[in-house]
Design a protein around this ligand. Sequence first.
Ligand code: BGC
Length: 801
Amino acid sequence: MHLHRRFYFRSRIAHVFLIALLAQASLVFFSARPAAAQFKTAPFAQPARANSELNDPAIEARVEELLKKMTLEEKVGQLVQYSAGQPTGPGTGRTDYADMLSKGEIGALFNIVTAKETNAFQRIAVEKSRLHIPLIFGLDVIHGFRTEFPIPLGMSATWDPQLVERAARVAAREASATGIRWTFSPMVDLSRDPRWGRVAEGAGEDPFLGSALARAYVRGYQGPHLNAAESILACPKHYVGYGAAEGGRDYNTTEISEHTLREYYLPPFHAAVDAGAGSIMSAFNSLDGIPASANPFTLKKILRQEWGFRGIVDSDWTSVGELMNHGIANDGATAARKAFQAGVDMDMVSSLYHDHLAQLVRSGQVSEADLDEDVRHVLRVKFALGLFENPYADEKKESSAFLLPEAVSLSGEIAERSFVLLKNDLLPNASPLLPLSNDVKSVALIGPLADDGNMMLGSWGGLGDGHDVITLRAALVKKLGEARVHYAKGSEISAGTDTQIKAAVDAAKNSDVVILALGENGPEMTGEAASRTHLDLPGRQEQLLEAVVATGKPAALIVFSGRPLILPWAFEHVNSVLTAWFPGIQAGPALVRTLFGENNPSGKLTMTWPRSVGQIPIYYNALNTGRPIVQNDKTPFPNGHDEKFVSRYIDESNLPKFPFGFGLSYTSLRYGPTELNKSDLRLDWLREGLANTSSTAPAPLQASANITNAGSRATTETVQLYVRLQGTSVSEPVRALKGFQQVTIAPGETKRVVFSVPAETFAFWNDQNVYGVEPARATIWISPDSTSGTGAQIEIRSKTN
Ligand code: BGC
C-alpha cells in the first residue's frame, strides 16, 4: 500500500522532470570547467582508508577480465538504473525493460518486491544478455522490510547501536529473501531543522551519535560478508548536506562552509564508508552553488581520494536530470557529462546516461578510461555480493523469511526503548500519573492515532502492512478488557467534527484517566516532500486535546510524529507526555507495557525540541557567539536592560523546550560532579593533522561521575559525555557529544561511570581545515543531557612549551 502511494508520487515527479527536460532541450551546451579547478585546498586531510571487502585481488582480476569483453554500450548499461515496480515502470515511462536487459543496457533495477518478479528480470539479464551480467535489485528498506521497526529517528532515541544493527540485520534477511540485495539506507543526513520532513529518516542532529548509528546500520545490512546470502548492500545517503535545506523546505539549497561540512555533516558518511558501505547516494541539493550530484569536491576529492571509497556512487532519483533545473546544464547530454565527470557512477531513473554517455565517449568529451573506472565500481560490488554465483532468490523460501517471532519481538523491544518521556508531573495525590496502576478502573483512549495500524509504520513503510500492527487500542483492550477501555476517535488527523469531539469528552468524563494518541499522519506528513511550517497538531486535534483535558481527568498524551512538535499548551497543561515517534508493528504492546510500567522509558532525544518555530534551526552544539545570553532566560524579554544587546529573541527564550539528550524515566537520577584523573594533558601540538602525526598517543584521560538512582525503579540510563574547547583556532561548540554509555542502575544504587577519553576526542577541523588537536582549555561534562551536569576542566598543552 505504501509502495503504491509512492509510485503515484513518482510518476508526478517524472512528469515535472520531463517538462523541464523538454523546455531545456533546445538550449546550447557549455564546455566543461576542469573539475580540479573547483577544489578547495585541504592539504593535510586524513589519508585514504580503503574498504577492504571491495579491495580483493581475486575480484579485481575478474572485474578486469570482464571489462575487457565489454562494448561501450554494455559499459554504459552497467551505470543505468530504473525503477521497475509496476508493468510500465513507475516514474520512468518505459515499457521496454526486457528488451534493454537482453541488450545489456541496464545495470540495476529497484522497487520490485517479490522473488518471482526479481527472478523474472534477472533471468533476462543473466540468460539473454551477451555477457550474462546479473542485475542488482534495490529498494528503500528504511526501517524494516516486512517486520517494521520504529522510524529511524525513533530508533536513534534508543542510543543503542547494537539494537539498530540487529534491526538492520532483520531487514537484510527479509529483503534478501526476495532478491533485493541493495537498500538505499541508512539516511545519515544530520539536520537541525524539524520543519524538514526527512528528519524522521535520520538519527537527529549530532555527528558523533550519527556516526555510531551509521556504522551500526552498515554492519547490520552488510553482515559479516557482502556475499553472504542474507547480506544487502548499504547506501548511506544523501551525500551531502541535504539536511541543511534552507527553511527546512525539502530539496532546497544549502550553504555549508568547508569547516562545517567536515566537522558536522561529513562524519556520519565517513563512518559509514569506514564501516565498509559499498555504495553512497549523491543528494538533490545544491551545496555552495554546486549541485551535490555534480560536485567533484565532495564526490571525488573527499570521498574517493581522502576516504578511499571503492564502491558505487548512485545518483538520487533523477538528480542527474535535475542538474538542468539547478541551472548548470542546458540539455540532457551536459547534465549527464557533468554528473559523470563529478563522480556519479550510476544514474537513477533520469535515463540520461543511457541516452548520452556512449556518444559523449565517442565524441571525446568523456574519456573511456573514466567510464571504465565507474564500471569497475559497479562490477566490483556485484562480484563482492556474489551475484554472479547466486543471481536468483528462492521463491519457495521467500515468505518464510518474514515476521519471524524473534524479529517481531525485537521490533517491540526497540519500540519500548525509543519512547521518550518528556513530562510526568505529580498529580495532587503527590504521585505522577505514569505509570498507570493495573487496578485502574477505566481508561478513556482518545485520538486518531490510537487504532490506525498503517499510521504506526510512518514514512517509508516498505512492505509493512497495517494488518501486522497491533495498535494501542488492541493492546489496551487485551490488557484491561473491552469494558474498561472507553475508546473515542475524537477527530481525524487532519479534520474532525464537533460530534466526534463531544463523544471524546463524554468518554473522558466516564473514565478515571485519559490517554490521548495524537500527532501527524506518518506516511503523508513526515519523510520525503513533507516539510511543514506549522509544527503543531494537525486538523482539530489541538481543540480535541484542550476539550478533553478541560474535563479535569488526569491525562497522558502520546505524541506520534516524525519530528519534534511545538505543543506549548500540552506541555503546560497535560500531566504526562510521551513521544512515541512511529513505533512500527509492535506499537500497541510496547506502549501498553510502558504506560503500565513494565517498561521504564529510557529513550533520549536526538534532536533538540524547540519551543517555537521561530527558534529553528536550533541545535545543542551551537557556537557561543560574541554576545551570548546567560542561559537561564526562562522568561521572555523584557526582563532587564542588561540583557538587551545580547544574542537573543525579544519575544521568546533562547532555550529549547527539551534539549538534545533529554528524556525522563519513572525514577529519578542524581548525577555527581564530573571528575578527571589529570589536570593537564601534554601533547605534541598536532596541528599538522592527527593521522599524520608520528607522536605516540598519551594514555587516555579518565572522566568519571557517580550516578545515584534516588527513585524506586531500576532504570537503564544513557550517560553522555560532552566536551567544550576554548582557546582554539576556530570557535568550537558550547558542547559536543564525545561519548555515551548505557548503565542499568537499581533503586538506591550509586554507580560510578567511567569514560576513557583518548586524545582524539579533542581533535577538530581547525582554521586550516586540518583535523587535529590544538592547545586548549577543555571542559568535560558527564551528564544526562546536553545542558545539565557539573563539568571539570583540563588544559591541553603542547609538550614543547
Ligand atoms: C529519495 C531517496 C530514495 C530514492 C529512491 C528519492 O526520492 O530522496 O531517499 O532512496 O528516492 O526511492
